[in-house]
Design a protein around this ligand. Structure first.
Ligand code: C5P
Length: 228
């Protein structure tokens, strides 16, 4: 197998489809950096919460973004996130930040700001970039695009188990987690700017009936066949 030296691998899809696990696996497997763009929306949302900004008004969020530094430090199992130099990685997984990130991400000019940052992070290639609009908006020319999907019930189950610790802290029920995930998906799919959808040249991988090992193996195969 010969992989071109520094491709961009775009992994998009709804919440709970398994994008993070897949992206960090592919990054390890092929020796690339794994960049989680959702963490950037979460970081800005956290700062907005700390400043008690209204999440539905674009202008103050944009002004906040322009004086914000968000750094992603790829680790073997995900990204460490530095918000204005402070490690906020754990805080970003809490449900209040999750809900706020979803609302912050609908604003078109906030997205433009994010996309600029994400392009400069990935411009040298050699990255697996994960999010909702990587293949459609951030890197429309990415060498490999995978849209990872799964039935909503399955995604809800996975997300509930995955986020056990943070959820336990707020004693959210599974129903509440599933409901919240559906709301976020709706918002992502229906927003005006770069809504969640597969790029026309993405390979759609439905993980509903697949084991983790099968998803990883199929995705590796997609990467190989696209890169050869
Ligand atoms: O992927 P994650 O759940 O961390 O993303 C948090 C939120 O950020 C998502 O609910 C989505 O609304 C938004 N997001 C986005 N575009 C991306 C990545 C995330 O709109 N590329």
């Amino acid at each position: 197998m010969s992989l071109r030296a520094r491709p961009v691998i775009a992994i998009d899809g709804p919440a709970g489809a398994g994008k993070s696990t897949l992206a960090s696996h592919l990054a390890r497997r092929f020796g690339f950096l794994n960049l989680e763009t959702g963490a950037m929306y979460r970081a800005l949302a956290l700062k907005a919460l700390e400043h008690e900004l209204g999440l539905d008004e674009e202008e103050p969020l944009l002004i906040l973004a322009e004086t914000t530094s968000i750094r992603l430090e790829p680790q073997s199992d995900g990204n460490q996130v530095l918000l204005d130099g402070v490690d906020v990685s754990t805080r970003l997984r809490h449900p209040d930040v999750t809900a706020a990130a979803s609302r912050v991400s609908v604003h078109p000019r906030v997205r433009v700001w994010m996309v600029e940052q994400q392009r400069s992070l990935g411009e040298s290639g050699g990255v697996v970039m994960e999010g909702r609009d990587i293949g459609t908006a951030v890197f429309p020319d990415a060498e490999v695009k995978i849209f990872l999907d799964a039935d909503p019930e399955v995604r809800g189950d996975r997300r509930f188990q995955q986020n056990g610790t943070a959820q336990a802290a707020e004693s959210a029920s599974k129903e509440a987690v599933v409901r919240e995930m559906r709301e976020r998906d709706e918002r992502d799919r229906n927003r005006a700017q770069s809504p969640l959808r597969p790029a026309h040249d993405a390979v759609v991988l439905d993980s509903t009936a697949l084991t983790l090992e099968e998803v990883l193996a199929q995705a590796e195969e997609i990467v190989r066949s696209r890169m050869e």
